[in-house]
Design a protein around this ligand. Structure first.
Ligand SMILES: NC(=O)C1=CN([C@@H]2O[C@H](COP(=O)(O)OP(=O)(O)OC[C@H]3O[C@@H](n4cnc5c(N)ncnc54)[C@H](O)[C@@H]3O)[C@@H](O)[C@H]2O)C=CC1
Ligand SMILES: O=C(O)[C@@H]1CCC=N1
Length: 273
């Protein structure tokens, strides 16, 4: 399966980010990309780039062979019922980015003839820097390879067991928000010690990028890199230890666990519809 036309159903935050990443990657021409939402005027910026915008999900599915579902968890069941009559197992592959809704949930509506994937990117997909985790229970190796290759164009991508999909949602997708909050706090601290907001942001953002790049390029554990920074009796270790006394790592780990626990509640929205 090589996606020759991609249809994204749900042109909200993530759907638009995926479209932008696809356009930037040149993986697919804008004319081979369709995106839907009910208020299509909100997709005018994509239409201006040559993307097909529509408020008709079924017609849009006829155009695409890869269909990406990017709606809220409580909306997906209704949409699956709507597009089911036009789904063709010999043509279509379905990929859902919807949080908490399982492959089995989706197959309970559309059956298991069509290959279905759960895909968990993050909003950095817009600039081709997503970490995307992918799972399936019925797609053949060739389709798995195609989907993996596609999302590798948009950052990094790995196949995982579906049982880890909620964990990947939290670490990868929610992780963007956690990291932004770290950066915001660093900016605020930088202002307290003398920088303007703009310069503080410039320093904080490049420092986070540098830290991530160090780990990517060396493969080191963060603590190895921390050891290189913490001069004995120095200012880094003093600040780090104070942050830990205040619960820095603990609060992050607890937050990750709370987010993870919340996902089973999100999945119930599928059942209630
Ligand atoms: N925002 C994020 O960072 C991430 C979101 N997700 C998941 O992706 C899904 C979408 O999230 P967001 O983009 O943030 O939500 P959103 O609310 O911004 O986007 C959903 C879009 O679907 C549209 N929509 C609703 N009913 C429709 C219909 N019948 N036909 C066509 N379009 C319809 C809405 O108008 C809206 O634009 C959710 O299930 C979320 O859990 C997953 C990973 C990251
Ligand atoms: O907050 C949420 O529920 C969604 C899923 C991951 C990112 N945003």
């Amino acid at each position: 399966m090589n996606p020759n036309h991609i249809t994204i159903i749900g042109g909200g935050n993530l759907g638009v980010a995926i479209a932008e990443g696809l356009i930037a990657s040149k993986y697919i021409a804008p004319a081979n990309l369709t995106i839907t939402r009910r208020q299509i005027e909100k997709l005018d910026h994509l239409a201006a780039k040559g993307v097909i915008t529509s408020d008709n999900n079924s017609k849009s599915c006829l155009r695409g062979n890869l269909i990406i579902l990017a709606v809220k968890p409580y909306q997906i069941k209704e949409i699956l019922e709507e597009i089911k009559p036009v789904l063709d197992p010999n043509k279509h592959v379905l990929a859902s980015v919807v949080t908490g809704v399982t492959l089995e949930d989706m197959q309970s509506v559309i059956g298991s003839d069509v290959s279905v994937f759960r895909v968990m990117p993050n909003t950095a997909i817009a600039i081709r820097e997503s970490m995307t985790c992918i799972a399936t229970n019925n797609a053949d190796q060739e389709s798995q390879q195609s989907i993996l290759e596609l999302f590798k164009q948009l950052g990094d991508a790995i196949m995982i067991d579906e049982g880890l999909m909620s964990a990947s949602t939290v670490l990868g997708a929610c992780g963007i928000a956690y990291t932004m909050r770290f950066i915001r706090a660093a900016i605020q601290g930088g202002i307290e010690i003398g920088f303007s907001s703009e310069v503080s942001q410039q320093i904080a953002v490049q420092t986070v990028k540098g830290a991530a790049s160090l780990l990517m390029e060396t493969g080191n554990h963060p603590e190895q890199e921390i050891d290189r920074v913490t001069t004995p009796k120095g200012c880094t270790i003093a600040g780090l230890n104070e942050m830990e006394h205040q619960g820095f790592s603990s609060s992050l780990i607890k937050g990750i666990k709370i987010s993870h626990g919340k996902i089973s509640g999100i999945a119930e929205e599928f059942e209630r519809k």
